[in-house]
Design a protein around this ligand. Sequence first.
Ligand code: MRU
Length: 346
Amino acid sequence: MINVSLNQAGDRVVIVDQTRLPGQVEYVELATAEDLYQAIFQLKVRGAPAIGICAAFGMYALALLMPQGNYEDFYREFQKTKEYIASSRPTAVNLKWALDRMERTVKAHASAAVWEICQKLKEEAQAIQQEDIQMCRRIAEYGLSLVKSGDGILTHCNAGPLATSRYGTALGPIFLGKERGIDFRVFADETRPLLQGARLTAYELQQGGVDVTLICDNMASVVMKNGWVQACFVGCDRVAANGDTANKIGTSGVAILARHYQIPFYVLGPSSTIDLNCPTGADIPIELRAPDEIKEKFYRQPMALPEVKCYNPAFDVTDHSLITAIVTDQGIFREPYTESLRTLRK
Ligand code: MRU
């Protein structure tokens, strides 16, 4: 399943609507900037790398609709649209990273005709997607070196192929292992409130023939205590220069439990998710989402009174001291992260 692509005419982005999974595999075409914004905001496309890839193809497709007469008018419209799309989700740094790459492409070809700039934008989006496949493959290789056949691996949220382009980050070693006859037992946290673990991770692993067991988030402690988990693999939405890591809400709790049970806790992500401009986790903007996701979204009827207050942060920050290693396409990084991550090629 290719989660982000262009339509046959090559002028619109097509995504798999992840909010319909696992029940339905539905492809949606994004025709306008509003469609692109809403697809990202409503998590039809989600997972940090996939958001970046979708935004890159989206900016190319939208560029085709912008004024083609002169560079100044085109660039003004491009910037406005870019800022709008960038505001759809604030935590995943890959969104800004991909949009900045697209803007640099426009500026680098300022003397070319607008139709040529559009062609360059298409090539840049394709490059972002291809690079992501290669990065995920390298992450999978490094991650695989940290575990052995038969190990139990606990994961939180979804950092599989749906969240990237292929393999995934946290799930990459598991899929690569499967290709090589190395089998793991995976425990997938359901991941309240939006159930990415139940709807997407358990789906992807089950489809891939991996031994996966779905658990509620509050069962992680029990499976760890039972001795069923030898490593935790999670993805990341933004890693600060000191190694503090923003990922799906609940991740920091898993890290605290893993420390208690002396289980290694690994963060896996592409180098594009490491934000050396962000000194610590306290500098990472955390997205707050609507109360209905907690109270009613996946229920037949509301499960709380409408007037009950809710606090619904989409991400939390895991302190770097709880992270055994950060596994990237450029290798495995360990404490002190401020020094090791500084050596990353950007
Ligand atoms: O809100 P989501 O579903 O976009 O959150 C996704 C995560 O937290 C993933 O773990 C992260 O983006 C890494 S995906 C390779």
